[in-house]
Ligand binder design. Structure first.
Ligand SMILES: NC(=O)c1ccc[n+]([C@@H]2O[C@H](COP(=O)([O-])OP(=O)(O)OC[C@H]3O[C@@H](n4cnc5c(N)ncnc54)[C@H](O)[C@@H]3O)[C@@H](O)[C@H]2O)c1
Length: 370
């Protein structure tokens, strides 16, 4: 089968990462790029050798485009998704799906009306070790899932940030930008159906938070917690062999730190987003870049990531499967549910109480199942 044409809207950090993934697969080819900024558009045309358009609508109208990847700032997702859907194009949207729940719902409905598919990613729930952990949960081989914790320490808030970058009403700030990853991971591992969220933010107000905590209760009884600090002071990559969210070796410990944090091991690694630990009635699991360490009273063994895909490569794999008629895990409704849970962190923080969720959807099937 010939490669499907994929167009990218937004030639920024995410757009470029998707272009790299497209260059690694034979299932898609880059059909064109769109960017609102003329200089960036010019650069995109030069770098890719593909046509560059001014906006999502012009890109979606191009004959060769079958699927549009929306990687514009979050507040623009709803109009870009709608433009692509109205041209009958399938859509992959970056996370978070939109800046507000209503925008996200409008985006989902526009694709449903048009009869096209919508995927939301690349969140870190696409990472290979998370996929392995979900498989362990589904298999029941460690018994029932009891709890999952996701902890991430970064310097997100110390990096230079514009006012827009910190504005929760535009889909930004730590909870919506980073929580979109952690909460998506926790929903995926726990089966998707979060019932309540209790959240707090810390270090600021008005969307300028340094970090957050969230406790999620899931149908079936599993409990999950997310802790994210973007305040600096500690780097979670020291705990994951120096590997970070792009699957690259980013941090090599100094000789003093190497006493506590061993240097990275060799072999295939996946991106990881801080540390992720799950407990079961008959054991436990620790997510590492090289795979998942499974611990039972009898033995300790690793399920390695091997050749499994992560990140944008895994998004393209799911898109390929969905366009071939298989159901999606990271669907528009899934992305809406993750946004609902993320927004509930702010709501819980403001109101000082637990928030009930009503738009959750379950995991249909593992995303890389063949
Ligand atoms: N999955 C991940 O790990 C990940 C990583 C980075 C960003 N993101 C997400 O991707 C999205 C983009 O973030 P980024 O960091 O790449 O942004 P960015 O600022 O680096 O790039 C955005 C690009 O979009 C262009 N643009 C803005 N409005 C536009 C419009 N209406 N039409 C066409 N082009 C437009 C800008 O000129 C810019 O070149 C956000 O939703 C963000 O949350 C996800």
């Amino acid at each position: 089968m010939s490669a499907r044409g994929l167009g990218i809207v937004g030639w920024g950090a995410a757009g470029r990462l998707m272009a790299e993934a497209v260059s690694r697969t034979s299932r898609f080819h880059l059909a064109g790029v769109a960017d609102a900024d003329p200089a960036t558009r010019e650069r995109a045309a030069q770098e890719t050798g593909r046509p560059a358009y001014a906006n999502a609508e012009a890109l979606a109208a191009a004959e060769d485009v079958e699927i549009v990847y929306v990687a514009t700032p979050t507040a623009s997702h709803v109009s870009d998704i709608r433009a692509a859907a109205e041209h009958g194009r399938h859509v992959i949207s970056e996370k978070p799906l939109a800046a507000t729940f209503e925008d996200a719902r409008r985006a989902v409905e526009s694709t449903e009306r048009a009869g096209v598919s919508l995927l939301v990613g690349a969140t870190h729930s696409y990472n290979a070790p998370v996929e392995i952990l979900r498989g362990v949960v589904e298999s029941g081989r460690l018994g029932e899932l009891v709890s999952v914790s996701s902890v991430c320490h970064t310097d997100w808030r110390l990096r230079s940030r514009s006012v827009v970058d910190l504005d929760a009403s535009l889909g930004n700030g730590v909870v919506l930008r980073q929580g979109a990853h952690q909460i998506d991971v926790l929903r995926y591992v726990c089966g998707g159906l979060a019932e309540t969220v209790t959240g707090t933010t810390f270090g600021g107000s008005g969307g300028r938070e340094l970090g957050f905590t969230a406790q999620l209760a899931f149908a079936g009884g599993a409990q999950a917690s997310a802790y994210y600090s973007g305040a600096g002071g500690f780097d979670s990559r020291l705990l994951t062999g120096g590997v970070g969210e792009l699957g690259t070796l980013d941090v090599v410990p100094t000789p003093e730190l190497a006493r506590f944090f061993p240097p990275p091991s060799s072999g295939p690694v996946s991106p990881v987003f801080g540390t992720l630990v799950a407990t079961f009635t008959a054991g436990g699991a620790w997510v590492a870049p090289s795979g998942v360490l499974l611990v039972t009273p009898e033995r300790v063994f690793e399920e390695a990531v091997g050749g499994r895909l992560s990140g944008w490569d895994a998004v393209l794999c799911e898109a390929d499967a969905v366009l071939a008629g298989r159901p999606a895990v990271h669907s528009g409704r899934w992305g809406l549910a993750t946004l609902e849970a993320s927004l509930a962190v702010h709501e819980s923080d403001r109101a000082g109480r637990r928030v009930e969720l009503v738009h959750q959807v379950g995991v249909g099937r593992p995303s890389q199942q063949s």
